[in-house]
Design a protein around this ligand. Structure first.
Ligand SMILES: Cc1ncc(COP(=O)(O)O)c(C=O)c1O
Length: 244
């Protein structure tokens, strides 16, 4: 550790310049170990959400502990990960639609692997054009709205249509499906939360079945947050948990 960094440890919080990430190292290491041991014996794995710490060094610690990739919310977070040396298996768990952001996303994919979600035919076509122009292959997940009503298509049938479009589109690689049950992660009673998750994630599982039945290989089905990792992580057919 550099001596200037050592001086920061123990500094009174009133003296810390912001923005700054302040962590209790023992607690953070225990949390990373807890998630790693939870997923060690399971079929699903964790793809921790970067927005929680926005620190590539911590992402590296999570990967070393066994996480199979990193989730992030936006292109600039993916950029911070790539600049911090995380080059593989990054997922932007949102749609990227504006021209400048799409261009940045393609730039990152020239030397890293940054996947993205889609829920709209025009966006798929824009991503395909940009990927071909940049000479990259972009990994794509089709997002299913499981009840949060933020993003995603509403039916398994629509998910299949988009999956087929992605599969056919040059420059894109169909990777799988995402369904984030953010509307139920905060339900206070665990049993009620569990019932809501099992009910609402059905739509994602139906989409998986329908896409696989149509002959498209589904590599990743992603979802969940901190409040639901221990529920969604045990649902057969869900591969990754995006808990922050
Ligand atoms: C798509 C997606 N996945 C996962 C998460 C992580 O949720 P949490 O912070 O509750 O772990 C979020 C949070 O906003 C999200 O938007």
């Amino acid at each position: 550790m550099q001596s200037s960094e050592a001086l920061l440890i123990g500094m009174p919080k009133e003296e810390i310049d912001t923005p700054a990430l302040v962590i209790d190292l023992d607690v953070m290491e225990a949390n990373i170990a807890k998630m790693a041991s939870y997923f060690a014996g399971r079929k699903s794995n964790v793809r921790p959400h970067f927005k929680t710490h926005k620190c590539p060094n911590i992402a590296q610690m999570q990967l070393q502990a066994g996480a199979d990739g990193i989730t992030c919310a936006k292109v600039e977070e993916a950029e911070a990960l790539v600049n911090g040396g995380v080059l593989k298996n990054i997922l932007i768990a949102n749609q990227i639609v504006s021209k400048p952001k799409i261009a940045k996303l393609m730039g990152l994919n020239r030397h890293a692997e940054v996947m993205v979600c889609v829920d709209d035919p025009q966006n798929i076509s824009d991503l395909s054009d940009a990927a071909q122009l940049s000479g990259v292959e972009l990994g794509v997940l089709v997002e299913v709205n499981v009840g949060m009503n933020r993003c995603g298509v509403d039916t398994p049938e629509e998910a299949l249509e988009l999956a087929k479009q992605v599969e056919k589109a040059k420059g894109l690689r169909f990777m799988g499906l995402q369904g984030y049950e953010g509307h139920v992660v905060m339900v206070p009673d665990f049993e009620e939360r569990k019932a809501a998750v099992l009910r609402d994630m059905q739509r994602l599982l139906e989409a998986r079945q329908m896409v696989e039945k149509a002959g498209l290989p589904v590599t990743i089905v992603d979802g969940a947050g901190t409040g639901t990792y221990s529920i969604t992580g045990d649902i057969p057919g869900v591969d990754e948990i995006q808990a922050g």
